[in-house]
Write a protein that binds this ligand. Structure first.
Ligand SMILES: *[C@@H]1O[C@H](CO)[C@@H](O)[C@H](O)[C@H]1NC(C)=O
Ligand SMILES: *[C@@H]1O[C@H](CO)[C@@H](O)[C@H](O)[C@H]1NC(C)=O
Ligand SMILES: *[C@@H]1O[C@H](CO)[C@@H](O)[C@H](O)[C@H]1NC(C)=O
Ligand SMILES: *[C@@H]1O[C@H](CO)[C@@H](O)[C@H](O)[C@H]1NC(C)=O
Ligand SMILES: *[C@@H]1O[C@H](CO)[C@@H](O)[C@H](O)[C@H]1NC(C)=O
Length: 425
């Protein structure tokens, strides 16, 4: 072809793609991508809120809701999120394997679609550019494939809130680029593979809400980047492993509640200067809470409820606690701790069965405005609750039963969010 002809053709092509209306002759995504996406759409049996209504054959699939492209041509991301506020917002059906035609896909995000079912989508193994998998809050089931480790280009892998069963495959340790691994709220069984220690770039590890058991393995020395560690609501037993102490500079969320962990709460937790949330509730921890907790100045949420912890409780130097639950241990706190009363931001205070013997009228919290939940049941608190309740505009729940409290209902001003008021003695 001579130069003149080539140039003319190029100009013509340019004119046709810039001047003509898009839907008529304009940019079209790659035909493989279009047919892959349309196959996905036909795998969807019900779409009550018409999430996929823009997915019309013959139109540029790069303009469809949830579809992201490179250069308006190749599909690189598929991202559909249900609206949790709207009960009709869901998709039911299965994930078509024809999505494997989307050769440039680097992220698949199918979140809160609730009724997408079927096994783990094996076609994902055929997508060499895939870096991010977030298939969350759906109804997928069956095992996580044994050979998951072969997707070693993955940087984030989340199957949280599905119905996956069976063990966490040990090959997962080959996914060394992962920064997020979220398998929480499934029905996974077995132990945490020790080989997870290979995932040195992890910042977010969430395995909560499964049926995992055995000891929490001592794998954390190499996981120095962890910010969030969620292992609550499983069947773990044994002590808190020593290697967790290596996480003190970075860890912000440590959630180990609702397991069968035992032993003492380790002193080293007091060194966790970035810790925001510590949940050790509903385990079998014994002994005292370490004095070193005085140094947890950044802690906002502390839940030590339902253990066998004893006095004395350390005086905390926290700037402002948001939520505190020390209920049902073996404490004799005598009064509501001073460092609680001075918190400007507290919304949830639960000190049920904490050996508190005071007159509630003598409790003068700095700020009562944000209180949503107060549980002081099962103590020896006397006096009237009216003064406190009158000052808590937004209270949803007050539990004060099994005390010596008086409620003079006539002088009580009810906040309009109050749903529960318990004061049977
Ligand atoms: C999962 O979906 C349900 C129903 O829409 C919603 O209530 C729940 O908050 C969702 N889970 C998460 C983690 O968003
Ligand atoms: C750990 O990661 C290295 C690469 O960083 C890899 O060679 C090795 O096979 C991995 N070990 C396991 C048990 O997966
Ligand atoms: C971990 O992250 C760093 C920084 O992003 C990167 O250079 C390194 O290659 C990653 N490690 C692995 C095993 O992918
Ligand atoms: C708090 O931290 C400081 C500095 O690291 C240390 O000297 C002190 O002993 C700690 N306090 C407690 C009660 O552990
Ligand atoms: C509580 O508020 C009601 C209604 O505003 C008021 O009549 C009552 O005196 C207040 N009681 C106390 C103890 O502040």
């Amino acid at each position: 072809m001579n130069l003149f002809l080539t140039t003319t053709l190029l100009i013509l092509v340019t004119i046709s793609t810039t001047l003509l209306p898009h839907n008529a002759y304009g940019a079209k995504c790659d035909p493989d991508d279009e047919s892959g996406l349309l196959a996905f759409k036909s795998g969807i049996k019900s779409d009550p809120t018409s999430m996929l209504k823009s997915w019309i054959p013959g139109t540029n699939c790069c303009t469809w809701v949830g579809v992201g492209c490179l250069d308006n041509k190749r599909v690189t991301s598929l991202s559909l999120t249900g609206d949790t506020e709207n009960p009709k917002s869901f998709l039911s059906g299965t994930i078509s394997p024809s999505l494997s035609k989307l050769k440039f896909l680097d992220g698949i995000y199918l979140i809160n679609l609730l009724k997408i079912s079927g096994p783990f989508p094996d076609f994902l193994f055929k997508l060499p550019n895939l870096k991010y998998i977030y298939i969350e809050n759906n109804t997928l089931s069956g095992p996580i494939p044994q050979n998951i480790g072969s997707m070693n280009q993955l940087e984030a892998f989340s199957l949280q809130e599905n119905k996956f069963t069976g063990p966490i495959p040990s090959s997962i340790s080959a996914l060394t680029k992962l920064t997020q691994l979220k398998l929480g709220n499934n029905f996974l069984t077995g132990t945490i593979p020790v080989s997870l220690k290979n995932l040195t770039n992890l910042t977010y590890l969430s395995l909560q809400g499964n049926q995992l058991s055995g000891n929490i393995p001592d794998i954390f020395t190499s996981l120095k980047n962890l910010i969030i560690l969620q292992l609550s609501h499983n069947k773990f037993s044994g002590n808190i492993p020593l290697s967790i102490s290596s996480l003190y500079p970075t860890l912000r969320y440590l959630e180990l509640g609702h397991n069968s962990l035992s032993g003492k709460i380790p002193d080293f937790l007091g060194k966790f200067k970035a810790l925001d949330t510590l949940d050790l509730s509903k385990n079998q921890f014994k002994g005292t809470v370490p004095k070193s907790f005085a140094n947890l100045t950044k802690i906002f949420n502390l839940d030590l409820s339902d253990n066998f912890l004893v006095d004395p409780f350390p005086v905390m130097n926290v700037k402002g606690i948001e939520s505190l639950d020390l209920s049902r241990n073996m404490f004799h706190l005598k009064e509501i701790p001073k460092w609680v009363a001075t918190s400007p931001i507290i919304y949830s205070l639960k000190l049920a069965h904490c050996g508190i013997k005071m007159k509630l009228d003598d409790w003068k919290p700095l700020e009562t405005f944000f209180y949503d939940y107060i549980d002081l049941s099962g103590n020896e608190i006397s006096g009237s609750a009216v003064g406190l309740l009158n000052k808590t505009e937004y209270l949803i729940e007050f539990r004060g039963s099994e005390n010596l409290l008086k409620f003079d209902l006539e002088s009580l001003k009810f906040g309009n969010r109050l749903k529960y008021l318990g004061f049977v003695t």
